[in-house]
Every structure is written in structure tokens, then in C-alpha cells.
Ligand binder design. Structure first.
Ligand code: SF4
Length: 464
């Protein structure tokens, strides 16, 4: 399903539950100046509150109220942005596939398209807001604190529009020295850390926040954990931008990247163990001063929105069982809480490729192509589904990955980029190639079209 920019922005307001209903915090926001190069791990000085220290959520909501903080886009340029997004990202071939019950035959290739694929509304909204910002502030220097989304074409477009990507000095530090008075700073779809928001709030800049409301929903969840005295267990990759932002809104947290790490945590809860070894393993994935002996007694689960949903659910069940074993079935609810933070778009795309995989034999699929940025977590998880079922599958980031010599350069599940022979028996003109295709939530349809066109041409040239 596709949305107009206006409907995407309206939907965003619905998902961002609770934020508008929040009562104003009882403190005076102090403007603070930070050094131009700041560590995202360091919290800048807080506003002073005589009565109590505001929570990070309260502070974030305070920043949002500033007249220089923009979350709803700019109506004056909406129509022209909608038009240019259509021209850049839409695909006639993908539209044809959809209107033809998701199947097409062309030049000796049959393509089955997954029923849900490509741009999610959160990504469309983020791109629309960023493009609108560039058009709405002509002549101003525009920066972005990270890649807008994990897609090379979209980020290249922003480079072409002279948007400055704020550089990382190292894994946890960015160089904000290029941001000057009166500039515009865009926050990407997966959000910005609390420290970055605090820093930018202290500067004389226009902030355009394109954070997906599903991501802010996760931030609201970790805030609930804090208020209820729970340590947040976050199913996510600690170095992923979204998780970096999420943990910055936590007090006590531990990130687990998969079931294996969740089992280590569960085992520690039940049996204790070598604390030093445990902390060494999770050294980059826990809050400062984390003590597993005292901080794992009451936990709540949240996740990076693009993780493999079945794994998040399984981790939730594991934690629930662990607390039941340790504290008994009646008391377990006081020690474990779970709020659903898996985003619908991620879930729908995973379900759709799952359907393709289930029908791979019946459809005679030679392989499944997954198109999306190599840094894109949600796209990488789409690859896991056919790979785990033994269906030949490839994750490419753009059409160039398909070589005229019948090779394909792709990213494996372990993150390696490899080149190998692509289509078997391609020279045989009597043998049709049958393939499945899907794309990640940050992938424009145009990228799918370009990839398919390369395959049609490859087959045509090889078997003529
Ligand atoms: S995948 Fe989900 S969380 Fe991520 S941008 Fe899209 S809608 Fe938002």
C-alpha cells in the first residue's frame, strides 16, 4: 500500500501515542552550550529543576515544543516534493507486477513479487520531511546527523541536494563543528540520541525531526520501564543507529543481539555465574555501572524495530519463563513486562517473504532476490528467512551487483560481500528462470525495477 505525503504525516501523528497528551514538565529549560565535538555517550549538563530532575522523555517533549523544532513537514512545498519523490522512486514495472497478481513473465524470466515489500510509510515520511526541509529553507545550510535511511540511492540524492552528512569521529563521537548559527539539522528516520537532541536544542538551529513514530514508541516503552523500576532488555544491535538512540533514552539497559545472548542473560538470572566474564561479553552493550546481580531482577523487553520478529517474541517468552522459574508463576508479572514494539511494516515484509519461501517448491523458484541497502537491518533479516529454510537467495544493494558475466555480488548472512556465479543453466533458451523478489523497508521500487531489468537483459543476452 502506498500513501500520499499528507496521509503519511497524518498516520505518524496517530502512531506517536501519548506524546501530545503529556503535561508540561515543571522546570525551566536552561540553554546550555556544548563543545562542538561531543561524545554521544556523554550526557550534557541538565536543565536545573528545583523540585525534581526531569526524565529524558520529559526533556525530549520539551525540546519538541520549541518553535524551531519541526515534525510535521512544510505544506508550502509538499506538492512539489510529492511529485519529485514519485519521479525518483516509483516503478512502472513494479506497478505492473502488482496489478498482475504479483507475477510477471518477461524475456524468459518469471518473477514472483512478495505481497509486502519496499518503502514503509515511516521511510516515505522521513524522505518527504527531509526533502521538504531542503525546499522550505532555500539558501540555508542543511545537515543530517546520519544517513537518512539505509539506502544508497536516497542518501546519494541528499548529497546531490547539498545536504551535509555530519561526520563520525569514531563509533561514539560526531563532529558537529560544521553546524553553524541558523543552519537546518535533519534527524534521520531511526532517530537521534538524547545527547544529540540536547546539544542541538542548545544551538540556534532549525531541527527537522524525521524520526519514525514507531521508533519513538520504543523510546516511550523504555521510559515506562524506568518509571516502573525495570531494566530494559533491548533486542537489537548495540551499534545500530536506532539502538544507539534508544539506549540513550534508558537508564539501566542491556542489549542482546540474538537468542544466544538472551539465553546468556536468562542463565545469569537463574544461576548467577562469572560476573566479570558476563560484563566483558556485554561491555559495549550495557549501561554505565551495570550490575547483573541487582539489575536483572526486574526487566522489561523492547526491541530495535527492524529485528526478526519471531526472535523478539521467542526472547520475550524466554524471559517470561525465566522469571516464572525464579520468582514463581504468581510473582513473575512483577519481574517481567513486555510491550509490543515490533513495527507492522517489518512484520508484514517478513510474513510476505515467508509465504514465498513456503511456496518455493510449488512455484519452482530458482532463487529469491532481496533488494536493499547492505547496512539495512530490516533487509538483512528478510534474507535470513529463505536462508534458514535452505532456499537459494541473495541480498543485493543495487542493480550493479548483477554482472554481465552472470555473476552476482551479494551480502551473506554473516555480513561478507561475495561474488559468485549467479543463474544456473542460463544459456539454455528452453529453460525459464523462475525467481522471487522482495525489498527492504528503505528500498525504492525503482531499485527493484533496475535489478529486475538487469536480470531480464542477462537472460536475454545469455540465451539468444
Ligand atoms: S521499518 Fe518500521 S520503524 Fe522502521 S521506518 Fe519503517 S515503519 Fe518506521
Amino acid at each position: 500500500m502506498r500513501f500520499t505525503t499528507a496521509s503519511v504525516l497524518a498516520l505518524a501523528a496517530l502512531v506517536a501515542t501519548g506524546s501530545h497528551a503529556f503535561a508540561p514538565a515543571r522546570y525551566t529549560q536552561q540553554r546550555v552550550r556544548r563543545p562542538l565535538s561531543m561524545s554521544t555517550a556523554e550526557a550534557p549538563a541538565d536543565a536545573i529543576d528545583a523540585e525534581r530532575k526531569p526524565t529524558k522523555k520529559e526533556k525530549r517533549l520539551e525540546y519538541i515544543k520549541s518553535p524551531t523544532f519541526h515534525r510535521q513537514g512544510f505544506k508550502d512545498v509538499r506538492e512539489s516534493v510529492e511529485r519529485s519523490m514519485g519521479e525518483q522512486f516509483k516503478s512502472g514495472l513494479v506497478d505492473e507486477l502488482k496489478s498482475n497478481n504479483y507475477v510477471i513473465k518477461k524475456d524468459g524470466v518469471t518473477v514472483h513479487l512478495a505481497k509486502d515489500f519496499g518503502f514503509c510509510w515511516g521511510v516515505e515520511r522521513s524522505i518527504a520531511l527531509a526533502y521538504e526541509a531542503v525546499e522550505h529553507f532555500p539558501g540555508k545550510k542543511v545537515h543530517i546527523t546520519n544517513e537518512l535511511i539505509h539506502n544508497p540511492e536516497v542518501n546519494d540524492r541528499l548529497h546531490d541536494m547539498n545536504v551535509n552528512f555530519i561526520e563520525k569521529v569514531d563509533a561514539s563521537t560526531k563532529d558537529f563543528s560544521t553546524v553553524g548559527d541558523g543552519d537546518v539539522v535533519i534527524l534521520p528516520a531511526f532517530g537521534a540520541s538524547f545527547e544529540e537532541m540536547t546539544y542541538l536544542n542548545s544551538k540556534n538551529v532549525e531541527i527537522v525531526d524525521t524520526t519514525c513514530p514507531w521508533v519513538s514508541k520504543v523510546w516511550n516503552t523504555v521510559d515506562k520501564h524506568q518509571r516502573e523500576g525495570l531494566t530494559s532488555i533491548i533486542h537489537g544491535k548495540y551499534a545500530h543507529e536506532e539502538t544507539v538512540a534508544t539506549v540513550s533514552f534508558c537508564e539501566d539497559y542491556i542489549c542482546v543481539k540474538d537468542m544466544k545472548e538472551a539465553e546468556m542473560v536468562a542463565d545469569y538470572i537463574l544461576n548467577g555465574g562469572d560476573k566479570e566474564k558476563f560484563l566483558k561479553h556485554f561491555e559495549k552493550a550495557v549501561s554505565k555501572g551495570f550490575d547483573p546481580d541487582t539489575m536483572l531482577n526486574k526487566v522489561g523487553l523492547a526491541n530495535q524495530t527492524t529485528m526478526y520478529k519471531k526472535e523478539t517474541r521467542a526472547i520475550g517468552q524466554l524471559m517470561q519463563k525465566t522469571m516464572m522459574k525464579k520468582f514463581g508463576p504468581v510473582n513473575a508479572k512483577d519481574h517481567y513486562q513486555e510491550f509490543d514494539t515490533i513495527c507492522d511494516a517489518t512484520q508484514e515484509r517478513q510474513d510476505a517473504i515467508h509465504d514465498l519461501v513456503e511456496n518455493a517448491d510449488e512455484l519452482n523458484l530458482d532463487f529469491i532476490l532481496v533488494v536493499g541497502g547492505w547496512d539495512s537491518s530490516n533487509t538483512a533479516h528478510l534474507l535470513e528467512i529463505p536462508q534458514k529454510k535452505g532456499v537459494r537467495s541473495f541480498h543485493i544493494n543495487k542493480a550493479d551487483c548483477i554482472g554481465a558475466d552472470n555473476t552476482i555480488t551479494h551480502r551473506t548472512m554473516s555480513g561478507e560481500i561475495v561474488t559468485e556465479k549467479f543463474i544456473e543453466d542460463i544459456e539454455n533458451k528452453d529453460r525459464e528462470v523462475v525467481m522471487g523478489v522482495t525489498s527492504g523497508a528503505s528500498t525504492p521500487d525503482k531499485a527493484v525495477q533496475d535489478s529486475l531489468s538487469s536480470i531480464f537483459l542477462l537472460k536475454k543476452m545469455s540465451s539468444s
